[in-house]
Design a binder for this molecule. Structure first.
Ligand SMILES: [Zn+2]
Ligand SMILES: [Zn+2]
Length: 355
């Protein structure tokens, strides 16, 4: 554990192009610390920046990666040596939105690998503000790099579950249930007491796996019309004497078909949580929402204050990380991006620095 002379990194010099390079270690601003990266997860958002024309706030060249765990090596003396999770989005904590308790959507928020200057997680080190870091006091024997997924893949679903106000006995549908975010929505819903958790996705093998991690029933939507998926869902409700009202539906696929399924299933007093992202438009008769007294809720990021609670759920074995993570050396970043973009990965890839 020491302060390096240079930061080693894989920079995105332009979309679809990564270059391994070294950059200067910046002088830390007041309140900042330097974190030695233990692991950084490859997120769908990184792939969007890299392949799909989504712009980063900082123009390239910059280092991508916002799902980071690591150890503090410089900055506030009291913090040196601490192991931390870096929240994927860090609010400014001083604007009106933050004051209203909605800091997860602060307009001045900073996100590594996007809006924190040129710095991101696919690197040996990263300078970050210390205020909102989540300190891991005792990781109970699990390697630090695994905790990187708490930075985003687990906390974003937790925030969504909070917005949905998940309670014991709830009925939940998770669309895109086997993806990077969906696997944690099913687990969090179950951990918070949801009684029925229907997982919808398109890969049978992964759907079967979801039954061990929170899901109580699965629907394979592959090659099915939206109406067919709805009919399967309705038959299931009927057979199990489940009411059609009050379902909490999480759209995590970030896919237009998934969004259409979500809108189709939304019914009386229900909630549709939009967690996934895409650039397409869907048509919906808004009057249905009125007639159903239903809600559609967008949810973004996670408030740093929830990180401790999520971390505790992981440490208490209520949420499983390891079955959904594959560790790889960071030198395999290009291959990992390609495979993620092609949808070929069974697990979340967490890259560990091997510079
Ligand atoms: Zn992400
Ligand atoms: Zn703010």
């Amino acid at each position: 554990m020491s302060v390096p002379s240079k930061i080693e990194t894989w920079q995105m010099v332009e979309p679809k192009k990564l270059v391994r390079t070294r950059i200067d270690v910046p002088e830390l601003k007041p309140g900042e610390v330097l974190v030695e990266v233990a692991g950084c997860g490859v997120c769908h958002t990184d792939i969007g920046y890299f392949y799909d024309g989504v712009s980063t706030v900082t123009d390239p060249p910059l280092t991508l990666g916002h799902e980071i765990s690591g150890q503090i090596v410089a900055g506030d003396e009291k913090l040196i040596g601490k192991e931390v999770i870096i929240p994927a989005v860090m609010p400014c904590n001083s604007c009106d939105i933050c004051a209203e308790g909605r800091g997860n959507r602060c307009l001045k928020q900073k996100m590594p690998g996007n809006s924190m200057g040129i710095y991101g997680g696919f690197a040996s080190h990263i300078p970050v503000p210390a205020d909102d870091l989540c300190v891991i006091e005792d990781r109970k024997g699990m390697d630090l790099e695994y905790f990187s997924v708490v930075a985003d893949a687990i906390t974003t679903p937790f925030q969504a579950a909070k917005r949905a106000d998940i309670k014991p006995g709830d009925r939940v549908v998770v669309i895109g249930a086997t993806g990077g975010v969906g696997v944690y929505v099913t687990q969090i819903a179950a951990a918070l007491g949801a009684e029925t958790v229907i997982a919808i996705d398109i890969v049978e093998e992964k759907l079967e796996r979801s039954l061990k991690f929170g899901a109580t029933y699965t629907i394979n939507a592959l090659d099915k019309e939206v109406g067919e998926v709805r009919n399967i869902y309705r038959s299931y409700c009927k057979e199990n004497k489940l009411p059609v009202h009050g379902w909490k539906i999480f759209e995590c696929s970030g896919n237009i078909i998934g969004q259409k399924i979500g809108l189709e299933l939304l019914s009386f007093t229900g909630k549709l949580l939009v967690v996934g992202f895409n650039m397409q438009k869907v048509e919906y008769m808004l009057s249905r929402l009125m007639a159903f007294d239903a809600e559609i809720i967008g949810t973004w990021g996670c408030l740093p204050k929830y990180y401790k609670e999520v971390l505790q759920m992981v440490l208490d074995d209520k949420l499983q990380i390891k079955p959904f993570v594959e560790l790889r050396p960071m030198s395999r970043i290009e291959e990992s991006f390609e495979q993620s973009h092609a949808g070929k990965l069974m697990k979340r890839v967490v890259l560990t620095p091997d510079f």
